[in-house]
Ligand binder design. Structure first.
Ligand code: NDP
Length: 450
């Protein structure tokens, strides 16, 4: 496999989830691998995405847990939230994980170049110090970045990248968008004491999730005090002398805020990489077009993860990177099966979902059955918290197969993972029914719906 006329067998551009996995596996197969990363090893997920976000979600949840503790006999006379403590501890953990990622690459003899790289030919790249590096194959895994609208004053807004570095917790936060990031950070900011307004361009948030589950999230969020402005958008942002921001709106009244967070999707990081000049075809949104083997329109150049703009989820990028490395360097050709990928929204309460929603199943399968359990979790009953969980199972009438499981409630993503195995395995509703309940749990609802 090794062709010593090149500096490396594989050059990976971007050390995020997909790139690191591909580099490690390819090196394990004996390839000489280099990775270029201009920011920090770990990429979006580890440095400014899933991991620090989840830690903030945990931190924020203490607000409700401390409230609920009273009915369980805990007397907590005073409580004070210290944002810098949470922020700095989260960032320290991110630093630790970054170190571990670097160690993993080093242990596999992968060369890490802490620099930007630009593709200059089908098998060559230029790194920031001007050097040219050659490689038999190039893997593009530079990820994506938050989109920002083209409106006056947009420089006063922040993106999810900036949340982890905020000097102080804002009192009023306006969040643009109705997707994963908007709903997750709405929960975090709200629990940490801010007044949150979500502004969405349509009346549908979390498009693609089961409508009943989304409806429950909206109702619960409203009951907690999160505001929504639907069918609304931004004309401009004006910074005022006192540091606040006036959001000039269309479709609703203007809003005053201390921070405005844009969470309106993520754009593939392909600009300035020299790709189009080489004939690497991009989509309208600038994503690299790839085939089943992650090969771009230039045969020696491949791409995985968010830069391909298909399913922007860490486990997907990891699978793709692994499949690429096994196929190209391990003599183990494989493709990724994209069916029934589970997903979670770490909102307050969180959502876990796998398979077809009710409307998708109706469109695809025709006759279906749905089962729902709408219940107040046991710990909320004692705590006096008036919040209900909703579990839903979608079943194909013809085969009795469970084709979708959708949950909203405490720990829904944790509970969903096991159910995702069942859906992936094609188990039937009868299999669910035959399974004994684990009592008393919330998860037992999954096998008790009749
Ligand atoms: P999403 O794609 O989840 O949501 C984008 C939201 O912004 C939608 O409500 C969309 O509306 C709206 N929108 C899109 N374009 C515009 C525009 N030009 N003006 C106004 N509103 C707009 O994006 P996020 O930024 O929340 O997250 C990016 C990706 O990151 C996600 O798709 C997901 O793959 C990943 N992610 C996953 C997480 C997880 O697994 N828990 C957590 C965080 C991120 P409409 O529906 O009308 O298009």
């Amino acid at each position: 496999m090794t062709d010593t006329s090149y500096d490396y067998d594989l050059f990976v551009l971007g050390a995020g989830s997909g790139g690191v996995r591909a580099a490690r596996i390819a090196a394990g197969h004996g390839a000489r691998v280099a990775v270029a990363e201009e920011h920090r090893v770990g990429g979006t997920c580890v440095i400014r995405g899933c991991v620090p976000k989840k830690l903030l979600v945990y931190g924020a949840h203490f607000a409700e847990d401390l409230d609920d503790a009273a009915m369980f006999g805990w007397d907590i006379p005073s409580r004070r939230f210290d944002w810098p403590v949470l922020r700095d501890n989260v960032m320290a953990e991110v630093g630790r994980l970054e170190g571990l990622y670097g160690e993993t690459l080093a242990n596999h003899q992968v060369t890490v170049l802490k620099t930007r790289a630009v593709v200059t030919g089908p098998q060559s790249l230029r790194i920031a110090d001007g050097r040219t590096v050659t490689a038999g194959k190039i893997l593009l895994s530079p990820g994506a970045r938050p989109a920002l609208p083209d409106i006056p004053g947009v420089e006063h807004a922040i993106t999810s990248n900036d949340v982890f570095e905020l000097e102080e917790m804002p009192k009023r936060v306006v969040i643009a968008g109705g997707g994963y990031i908007a709903n997750e950070f709405a929960g975090v900011f709200h629990q940490l004491g801010a007044h949150v307004t979500i502004v969405n361009r349509s009346d549908t948030i979390l498009r693609g999730y089961d409508e009943q589950i989304v409806d429950r999230l909206v109702k619960t969020s409203l009951a907690k005090g999160i505001d929504f402005r639907f069918n609304a958008g931004f004309d401009s942002l004006e910074k005022r002398e006192d540091g606040s921001i006036l959001c000039k709106m269309k479709g609703c009244d203007d809003i005053e805020a201390d921070q405005v967070l844009f969470a309106i999707g993520r754009i593939p990081n392909t600009e300035g990489l020299g790709l189009e000049e080489l004939g690497v075809e991009l989509t309208e949104r600038g994503a690299v077009k790839v085939d089943e083997q992650y090969r771009s329109t230039v045969p020696s150049i491949f791409a995985v993860g968010d830069v391909t703009d298909r399913i922007q989820l860490t486990p997907v990028a990891i699978r793709e990177g692994h499949a690429f490395a096994d196929t190209q360097f391990g003599d183990k050709p494989c493709t990724v099966d994209y069916d029934n990928i589970p997903s979670a929204v770490f909102s307050h309460p969180p959502i876990g979902s796998v398979g077809l929603t009710e409307s998708q199943a109706k469109n695809k399968l025709g006759v279906i059955r749905t089962y729902t359990s709408d219940f107040r979790p046991m710990k909320y009953v004692l705590a006096g918290r008036n919040e209900r969980a909703l579990y839903k199972i979608v079943v194909d009438e013809g085969s009795d197969k469970v084709v979708g499981v959708h949950l909203i409630g405490p720990d829904a993503p944790e509970i969903l993972q096991g159910a995702a195995v069942a859906v992936k395995a094609g188990l039937t509703k009868a299999d669910f029914d035959a399974t004994f309940a684990l009592h008393p749990t919330m998860a037992e609802e999954l096998v008790l719906m009749r």
